[in-house]
Design a protein around this ligand. Structure first.
Ligand code: FRU
Length: 496
């Protein structure tokens, strides 16, 4: 209907008329960004898991492609990754025309003799990722486990040698399991990591990669990301990360928190890819240009994923995020920004003002109204207990984005954001710890038809939530509760 199509994002990828979840097989190859994803080709709720496919030249405009890897009577095709096998180590191609190889999880069905288990399988493409053949000798790696899945494969080249490494999970054991291979077919166990830090839900969709510290290419640090469900900092699905070392065999974390307090108290100290409710199953691209590390997450939460009020499509992907690593407060922190060029908009901002002094008030700014926009706001605290912005507002609804400087919290309140009634777990006030060294709070907020992604303090902290406002709710206001605050500068740009 008109109403539900109104939620379809302008900036974020959605499948035309089907369900999607995890991004899979992200790779840049032949000048094209490939986004495969968990897809139900026959409906808009989870099921018939297969790999859907979309391509883009610039990470901004996506073209949906025919289904890439389909489920069959024996198996669902669960999450995994793709590598360019440039040496044809797998033998699926030729030296002159090496293959792309997908490593995916076979979730075996009743009809299969392997029913009830999950194991890793291969498919290959000889036409640059558009058509795929499953390997006849699948699966290639089984542990006789019901929850062994989500292989992320990359090429390791280091002191220990040169080979393929797979990071996968034993989901219910809260373990990332690492394997190595010469040919992508025969795999040898290297080591396990976990349980560690957040274990409030099963571990899924890991990733392992190196990043320069503070931009210094001579100093590399490894980052292990692992998604978990539930157990996120604001409930349900979320992704955590660890920083440390990888010697080709073992990942050693330097960010594991081991003091004796309750996990619920420690959630604030763990490192999260995103503190919001709607960023899950995040993984990074293989072979992104210039060594960049670009990640996409599924913008939904298993708490209510099948119920969000959209049709005929269901679930958007996040905007693509570029990752870097900075040293802050004695530890290594991921910084995330939306990839340059992945969103575009008006040349001139609709609004560019500041400073604006606020005293116990909510002030509307009609010139900043909109539905798809980039909001850049910098605040300094005064005496107000909370200050911030309300986006997608009307006289009956709005999404509140605030700072409580005393508590040191970033707040996203979607309890009155529009349609919240489709699931009891949806309306929420989500918060995250926000630090300031100079008294400033800098927010970069991407608003789309059904989402808000907040990048705070230069991307040190990210919070992503879905919202389902009325199309006519375009209002924008600023507020300070119980005292003063200053909006030092505000820039609002319409995005297309
Ligand atoms: C994560 C996940 C993966 C699995 C896939 C199935 O959202 O549960 O662990 O491979 O979704 O669709």
């Amino acid at each position: 209907t008109m109403h539900t199509e109104a939620f379809r994002p302008a900036l974020h990828y959605t499948a035309r008329d089907t369900w999607l979840n995890d991004p899979n097989g992200l790779i840049h190859h032949g000048g094209v960004y490939h986004l495969y994803y968990q897809n139900n080709p026959f409906g808009n709720i989870w099921g018939n898991m297969s790999w859907g496919h979309a391509t883009s030249d610039d990470l901004a405009d996506w073209t949906e492609q025919p289904l890439a890897i389909a489920c069959d009577a024996q198996e669902d095709v669960f999450s995994g990754s793709i590598v360019f096998d440039s040496q044809n180590s797998s033998g699926f191609g030729t030296d002159a025309a090496p293959p792309l190889v997908a490593v995916y999880t076979s979730a075996f069905k009743e009809a299969s003799p392997l029913r009830g288990t999950q194991a890793q399988s291969l498919a290959y493409s000889l036409d640059g990722g558009f058509t795929w053949k499953k390997y006849a000798a699948n699966p290639v790696l089984s542990r006789n486990s019901a929850d062994f899945r989500d292989p992320k494969v990359f090429r390791y080249d280091g002191p220990a040698g040169s080979y393929w490494v797979m990071a996968a999970v034993e989901a219910k054991d809260y373990k990332v399991v690492l394997y190595k291979s010469e040919d992508l077919k025969i795999w040898e166990h290297l080591s396990d990591f976990g349980p560690a830090n957040a274990t409030g839900g099963i571990w899924e969709c890991p990733d392992l990669f190196a990043l320069p510290v503070d931009g210094n290419p001579e100093e590399l640090k490894w980052v292990l990301t692992v998604n978990l469900n539930p157990g996120g900092p604001n409930g349900g699905s979320a992704g955590q990360y660890f920083t440390g070392g990888f010697d080709g065999v073992t990942f050693t974390s330097d960010s594991t928190i081991t003091n004796g307090r309750q996990e619920s108290d420690r959630l604030n100290e763990y490192q999260w890819l995103d503190w919001g409710r709607d960023y899950y199953a995040a993984v990074s691209f293989s072979d992104a240009p210039n060594g960049r590390r670009i990640m996409i997450g599924w913008m939904n939460n298993w708490d209510y994923a099948n119920q969000i009020p959209t049709s005929p499509w269901r679930s958007p992907m996040s905007l693509p995020r570029e990752l870097s690593l900075a040293t802050t407060g004695g530890r290594h922190t991921l910084l995330q920004t939306v990839v340059d060029g992945a969103v575009s908009g008006d040349e001139a901002p609709a609004v560019q003002v500041g400073p604006i002094h606020l005293t116990s008030e909510t002030r509307q700014m009609p010139a900043a109204a909109g539905t798809v926009q980039l909001i850049e706001a910098e605040f300094t605290a005064g005496t107000a207990e909370e200050f911030g912005l309300i986006v997608r507002g009307s006289d009956k609804e709005g999404t509140r984005i605030g700072i409580n400087p005393t508590k040191g919290r970033l707040i996203l309140d979607r309890t009155a954001s529009g349609d919240t009634g489709f699931h009891a777990g949806f309306p929420s006030v989500d918060t995250a710890p926000v630090n300031t060294e100079n008294g400033r709070y800098a927010l970069k907020i991407y608003v789309d038809h059904c989402s808000v992604e907040i990048f705070a303090q230069q991307g040190e902290l990210v919070l992503t939530d879905l919202i389902f406002p009325e199309k006519a709710s375009t209002g924008f206001s600023m507020y300070a509760h119980g005292g003063t605050a200053t909006l030092e500068n505000l820039r609002v740009t319409h995005l297309a």
